[in-house]
Ligand binder design. Structure first.
Ligand code: NAD
Length: 435
């Protein structure tokens, strides 16, 4: 839940004056904090102290010049000097790719070891905020252990979302503000540094904050790749891809929206698998490579296998499946991934029964009925007409759809363990594939 927090001027040391650190240092100074930047590259330090931005970024030079002139911003190569005057240390050093694709943490380790060495006898509290992009678990497994002996230091994650080319604007008008950590006061304190921007902060756990940054970048990359593949396919079909995508974005209910962006079960139904197959076939014939679009069905299958594995690993002897259609509030069974799951589990000799409020054999007809009977010929023996029968029989439930309040309450009261493949919030351990 985003929170608006109180702000008071703070003393901030920014470690690393690259693209992220320079903008962070300058903009924090611009909103009234006393900022000292640190970099091992003396040229950047000299440049900043001379009132010049170390590199080109629209609007940065002016802020640096004004803030250095007013005394709100300075730079040093000395970590000790910077820490002496700081209650928050923002770590903005690089985390470049290693040859194998892993994240390089050398700069991060070195700067944290430097802060730890300079803070061994420190009694004044210091919050170390990791602004560099680091993989989930890095703060817990790499950063916090470095500060084990530093009792005055608390670590939080405060990932950066700015884009080069409009970084100052992105900082001053943030699209997202995330702070995570184990210590609520430290998290609120760091979020408070941004309070004068009028943006609300999302306060989350430490690993969630780290993961959000990766989720955002992966999402942006997938969006770009999607638009480019649709553009390439459109062009090969003699269609204006710009018009297609700008029209697609007109739909802010299903397309440019939260819709379909919640971890849950595999997709299915009579449209998505069929239409993705058609795109793949036609693109191939047109010699247009669309690897992202081609990967959606295999990705979906992997997700189905994860659900099947969760059921097999549960150790349940009598599996009760709630929901047979591909989503709630429909009786359409065509290409329902639940049917694939049921087929697979039956093949493994699992004893199971199924309840779906919208499916009973005497009502289902046409292509729907054919699809069901082809996949599971003895489905009639597996369907329970009432949820209570299923709950009385099963020792393990699998929820595959969002549930109405009454069904959810009955399941909760049954006390049965739930594998919540739908991310419906029914599992004790949380959403998604939790068991
Ligand atoms: N560049 C972006 O658009 C962007 C956006 C969001 C997040 N990020 C992430 O932010 C982090 C920083 O990115 P960047 O592009 O600013 O990197 P950068 O390479 O431009 O800057 C890193 C700076 O850290 C300095 N440094 C390294 N070790 C140091 C040490 N021990 N003490 C002091 N200074 C030291 C380097 O001299 C350099 O100036 C990365 O994790 C990156 O993934 C970058």
């Amino acid at each position: 839940m985003p929170e608006f927090l109180e702000s008071s001027p703070s003393r901030v040391a920014v470690f690393g004056l690259g693209y992220v650190g320079s903008v962070t240092a300058a903009c924090f100074a611009r909103v009234g904090h006393k900022v000292i930047g640190v970099d091992s590259d003396e040229r950047k330090v000299l440049s900043l102290n001379a009132g010049k931005a170390p590199f080109f970024e629209p609007g940065l030079e002016e802020i640096v010049a004004n803030c250095v002139a007013s005394g709100g911003l300075s730079a040093t190569i000395s970590q000790e000097e910077a820490l002496a005057a700081a209650d928050v240390a923002m770590v903005c050093v690089g985390t470049p790719s290693e040859r194998n694709g892993n994240l390089g943490l050398d700069q991060l380790r070195r700067v944290c070891e430097g802060i730890a060495a300079a803070s061994a006898d420190r009694t004044v509290p210091l919050i170390v905020a990791i602004r560099s992009t680091v993989f989930p678990g890095t703060c817990d497994e790499v950063v916090i252990p470095i500060f084990r002996a530093c009792t005055a230091i608390t670590v939080v994650s405060n990932p950066e979302f700015l884009r080069e080319g409009c970084a100052v604007d992105d900082f001053l008008f943030p699209s997202l503000l995330v702070v995570g950590g184990h210590d609520d006061d430290a998290v609120k304190r760091v979020a408070g540094l941004y309070a004068s921007l009028g943006a609300s902060a999302c306060l989350v756990s430490l690993r969630t904050a780290e993961m959000i940054k990766y989720a955002c970048n992966a999402f942006h990359a997938v969006k770009i790749a999607f638009a480019n593949e649709i553009g390439a396919l459109s062009e090969a079909l003699g269609v204006d891809g710009q018009e297609v995508m700008s029209t697609l974005c007109q739909d802010v209910k299903l397309n440019a929206s939260k819709a379909y962006l919640k971890p849950g079960f595999a997709f299915g139904g009579s449209c998505l698998p069929k239409d993705l197959r058609a795109i793949g076939y036609r693109a191939n014939r047109l010699d247009v490579k669309v690897p992202l679009l081609d990967s959606a069905l295999p990705s979906n299958r992997e997700h189905l296998y994860r659900a099947i594995s969760a059921v097999l690993d549960s150790g349940g002897k009598r599996i009760g499946i709630v929901g047979l259609t591909f989503k709630e509030n429909t009786d359409d069974l065509r290409e329902s991934p639940v049917i694939g799951m049921v087929e697979h589990l039956i093949g493994k000799g699992i004893d199971l029964r199924i309840y779906d409020p919208h499916v009973s054999l005497d009502v289902v007809y046409g292509s729907n009925r054919n699809f069901l009977l082809n996949a599971i010929p003895h489905i009639g023996r597996l369907l329970d007409p009432k949820l209570e029968y299923l709950l009385a029989w099963a020792d393990q439930l699998v929820v595959t759809q969002k549930l109405d309040a009454g069904t959810a309450e009955s399941i909760r009261r049954s006390g049965l363990p739930v594998i919540d493949v739908a991310g419906s919030g029914m599992a004790r351990a949380g959403a998604g594939m939790a068991v």
